[in-house]
Write a protein that binds this ligand. Sequence first.
Ligand SMILES: *Cc1c(COP(=O)(O)O)cnc(C)c1O
Length: 420
Amino acid sequence: MLRQYPLTKAQTIALFEKYPSPFHLYDEKQIRANARRLKKAFDWMPGFKNYFAVKALPNPFIMKILKEEGMGADCSSLAELVLSEKAGITGENIMFTSNDTPAEEFVLARKLGAIINLDDISHIDFLEKASGTPELLSFRYNPGRLKEGNVIIGKPEEAKYGLTRDQIIEAYKIAKSKGVKRFGLHTMVASNELSEEYHVGTARMLFELVVEISRATGIRIEMIDMGGGYGIPYHPGDKEVDLEMVSRLIKKDYDELIVGNGLAPLEIVMENGRMVTGPFGWLVSRIRHIKNIYRRYAGLDASMANLMRPGMYGSYHHITVLGKEKLANDHKYDVTGPLCENNDKFAVERMLPELEIGDAIVIHCTGAHGHAMGFNYNGQLRSAELLLRENGEVEQIRRAETLDDYFATLNFEKLEGFKA
Ligand SMILES: *Cc1c(COP(=O)(O)O)cnc(C)c1O
């Protein structure tokens, strides 16, 4: 089920006075309730924690709320590590799952006490030189042809991430010889996956590998990290992932493979981003122009620079027109932005009520990989981010960019003296 946009048309129009459209709005109450639901569903798992994938919504105000709900932070860049520290998330509450990593990022991750998840066997030496070898080390497993992928992340054997089956056994041996005392195992094989069986299969694959690593090396893995990738209903017809079912089925495999082989307790953690905030964010925009040519176009004041998933992956994002929810969807539109780029469409041939200039448009499920993927192509400025607090007040948690922000990296004084 799609989550309902939490404000009325009148409240939204009133908000425009203070915060001109477009903006992303997030709902604190629903984010907290969902975080508790996730925690409760997996509460039998030893050491369960979701490390929120910061890239999904890199806003420290949101991260502070998630920290309070018991989440850690999953980081993959310097900026994400800094954001985590600012939000008060440090030590083993940070999972550093990066790839193609520069040395300075390992240095900061180590300084913060983060759990380091290495993406390649050659990074054992690279990490040692950059910042020394930590006591706790994890490796990212890429199962190759042993596991099917899905559309967004691709087939594992074509994905750039992780170590192969053979490499990973070798990597644990090398790590042990370098003094590593505590070991983790990670994988991330899907994104936006709604199938319960898929997630259960991922856990089972890791349990089997834990058993194999234990047999081959004598090493006892203390933690598995199943990555993120839980899908969300973008389409009104989509169902949610049944977390309770996933949990129950994983427990069966855990009892058989981990408890049964004397390898319990094994901590189980995740790195979900999308399912944590995705359904609880909305891009709010207004119609600037209506244009009738070979097709009918509704031009918004938001563009692909505010939400690039439809343009990049052809993803469906549901659209509602405030105040017209009860009208028949009997007009067909391409809903576009102003970029000089024909991919700049939020919807193609979408049936909607008849639209007018000034209508307030809500694009659903923008709480993850929405604002975060924003860019400045065509001189578009990134929008503000607003948070609907539990007490009903709206707080700005990031202002909109200005032209000064856009030009901040150019020196116009130097340009005056520059001879072309
Ligand atoms: C992107 C990513 C995640 C989060 O994925 P979601 O689909 O947002 O849950 C978690 N871990 C890693 C390593 C990632 O790259």
